[in-house]
Design a protein around this ligand. Structure first.
Ligand SMILES: [Zn+2]
Length: 160
């Protein structure tokens, strides 16, 4: 699936949210939930620094959608994210019945960056979205974001 100019506009916002997360002392992940008319319904960034490792923006989006959007309208919504959903968030996305996912950077890229930075591997197996939720249409990664997002991870971990 290809990435449109409109998709890039939303991915840009996701990366800006990831930058805001780093500025707030958190890990660089940002995501937005977008309606079919292009309007942003909800957005969030990572909030795991307080000690709750489940506070991923993609999970927050799935929970928000499940609470606020009628079941039959959810598949038409798109989730944009700076980094591909983890297994937890892919599962939540699918259980909530949400639609397409567009990611700026991929899980294999993240795994490689963590290894380069000498960081411990994730406690969760780094499965692709399509391995966890094969029915979800996905697009990404977008190569133009790789260096920028990698630098955010490096910055966050330099700050410790
Ligand atoms: Zn996640």
């Amino acid at each position: 699936m290809t990435v449109s100019t409109e998709d890039l506009r939303h991915l840009e916002r996701c990366v800006a949210l990831a930058e805001a997360a780093v500025a707030a002392g958190d890990e660089p992940f940002g995501s937005v939930l977008v309606a079919p008319d292009g309007s942003v319904l909800f957005e969030d960034h990572n909030h795991v620094s307080g000690g709750d490792g489940t506070r991923h923006p993609e999970l927050a989006i799935a929970l928000w959608a499940a609470a606020h959007v009628p079941v039959d309208e959810r598949a038409a919504l798109t989730v944009y994210t700076s980094g591909e959903h983890c297994a937890m968030c892919s599962a939540a996305h699918a259980w909530a019945g949400l639609g397409r996912i567009v990611f700026a950077t991929s899980t294999p890229q993240l795994v490689a960056w963590y290894a380069e930075l000498g960081l411990p591997a994730s406690p969760v197996t780094p499965l692709r979205i399509t391995e966890v939720a094969p029915g979800i249409p996905v697009a990404g990664p977008v190569e133009a974001y790789a260096e920028r997002v990698r630098a955010l991870h490096a910055e966050h971990h330099r700050r410790g």
